[in-house]
Design a protein around this ligand. Sequence first.
Ligand code: PMP
Length: 366
Amino acid sequence: MSSFWNSKINEIEPYTAGEQPKDGQKVIKLNTNENPYPPSPRCKEALLDFDMSTLRLYPNTDSKAVCEAVAKVDNVKPENVFVGNGSDEVLALCWQTFFEKKENTGKSVLIPDISYSFYPVYSDFYDVRAEKVAIKEDLTIDPDDFTGRENCGIAIANPNAPTSICMPIESIRKILDNNKESVVIIDEAYAAFAEGYTSAATLIGEYRNLVVVRTMSKSYGLAGLRLGYAIADEELIEGLKRARDSFNSYPADRLAQTLAAAALSDREYFEKTRKAVMDTRKRVMQELRDMGFTMPESGANFIFAKPPVSITAETLYKNLKAKGILVRYFNKPLIRESLRITIGTDEEMDELVKAVREEIRNVQES
Ligand code: PMP
């Protein structure tokens, strides 16, 4: 608390990111869903070719090259794409653009009660009332629960975090059909890792109220670059630009735009690394299940694993941390019994499995 802060800053409970190891500290970092593989080699080439003298000039405000690259991948028009400094910024601008402040409306934005924990923070920060819609006991989202509830918008992560569960496109369609008056955000941060998933971006053109949000941080291995984007109808994109230009007209710098466009152009590398993560995920899930863990099928680059009764998720989290392996533990109802574990390299996951096996053996022997 500080008398220099306004009441909002004194009251807000900010988002807590997964812990970052101190410089030089050697840990196996499986707690923030980063990609274990480096970005496409085309990024390095683009960096080496980069003309430093251009940095004296402001970047293209709309990140034109990125919009064009996304348009090619997703079969939309560049005018359907909006780029921001990470998808967190894109989401924040969505809240400011599409959801009404509570002083102006009795309506709430609907968010699943278990989902990306930034959603309630944005709601508090931008004075939007949020209504949490309970997910099912099996941790799935039922699209019918988003029907017949008055709202000023909807935001859902698909696959959801931290559950890793992916809804099929038919469910998204149902939510869109039943909420035509408000904007529906589908946050596809992890969708590239969902086997056989058809992206909600294929519905752009059909639904004027749909915003699909994506990030370069996970499937493109560019969390350090900070670049995310939204795909939506031009009317919604125009709204986002109005918000952006009332905040920061140049959200993505020249280097970020160049490297992101290079990464997006390399479909072969994208497919190769995404498949490598999915293969490792399959193997690790089996190994953990063989030890008595239970977990839903994952559509993400992480799994949400519940340890066998002999050890609690909290104890396992602490003991793994003591061994230099960071995973994510959420001390919240419904999810405090599981750990969110990012899929790392095969070697990292071997270390994880070995450490978990030791922990389980230790409790069985004591
Ligand atoms: N959406 C979800 C569901 C996430 O888990 C994250 C990563 N924490 C983000 C968005 C934000 O990603 P970024 O800002 O790195 O693009």
